[in-house]
Design a protein around this ligand. Sequence first.
Ligand code: CTP
Ligand code: MG
Length: 346
Amino acid sequence: TTGANGGTSPHIQQLTEDMIDLTETISIKAEGRLLRENLVTRVQGILNTEWPKEAKIESFGSYASGLGTDDSDLDLVILPALPEQSQELVAPGRYQDLFILKTLFLRYSMKDVEVISGARVPILKFTDHKTGIKVDINYGQYAGLYNTRLIESYVRIDDRMRNFLYVLKAFVKSRGINSPALGSLSSYCYTLMAISYFQTLLVPVLPCLQDPHLIPHNVPNPGPYGRSTLINVAFTDPSRIRPCIPQNSMTLGELLIGFLEYYGSKFDYTKSCVSIRRGGVISRDRGSRLWTRHAFVVEDPFIPDLNVAGARQNMMNIVRHEFQAAVRALRDGRGLNAILTPKQPY
Ligand code: CTP
Ligand code: MG
């Protein structure tokens, strides 16, 4: 239909316009932002009055990175007022605090309050009684805060990123392949896949912000059994880098089809790992030994040995099948809506 940088056919031009319109429709509006802002303030207020230990609340995830929708959840982290470098921060006792917080939020009429302790990072979940907004709170997980800032920085480098991520998340949500609890991939995982694709294009859209020569910035990270280690969250401020030369001139429509084709058929799942920390893709030989049996590896930008993609082989086949079907629909000119038809999660 079109070469990477060649003239764009009418239906790919239409696709680009539809991607911009969809972003406009689903992106969070001033009202939704205000509701969440007030909710953060209320949660901080509850902690200030009721919590014996001085603690600060910060938001991360899609709301904080400016990539939220009106029905996005609110991801919050509790940061105790201790120096960031202190490893005491996430001692085992802290996890018990989530149970104390549970009774606290119940007293403040929050709905569906529960502690999820099976996950890698234990979280407290509740639904705000005033707005119906779903909230996830974790204790001392700095990584989420910094990976949100990293994603935000990549979005700031190129205007196409924001539109692209909104459309990608809408697509995977409607096709039922964005439910990590049911074995598919998280929004965070799809975001890292997109950044990696943008880094590995022949004419890249994005550089790598994690220069190994940067002065390390170490923060604690909760590990298993309440132990914590230090992780390096240093990355270059995007305002201090020069744009990629030559500049990639692909349209949003071309990038979307390119991305779906890349992970649908081109990416070598048996030999490669996605790693935005190392500039896009690395060979499995350079990855962690822990990943040998994993069907798909997406390396976390900050946490060593962590594979963000928890999907098994049969789920990856489904994901690739969905991507390939979407490529066919878009190439045939069936339009953006054709790939957004709702499907129950797999
Ligand atoms: N996160 C993480 N590790 C994961 C999953 C999530 O560190 N395996 C953190 C990331 O900081 C991410 C945040 O949790 O930005 C929220 O994750 P997720 O809900 O997957 O992404 P959102 O961008 O918030 O997507 P949505 O709009 O669907 O809520
Ligand atoms: Mg979220």
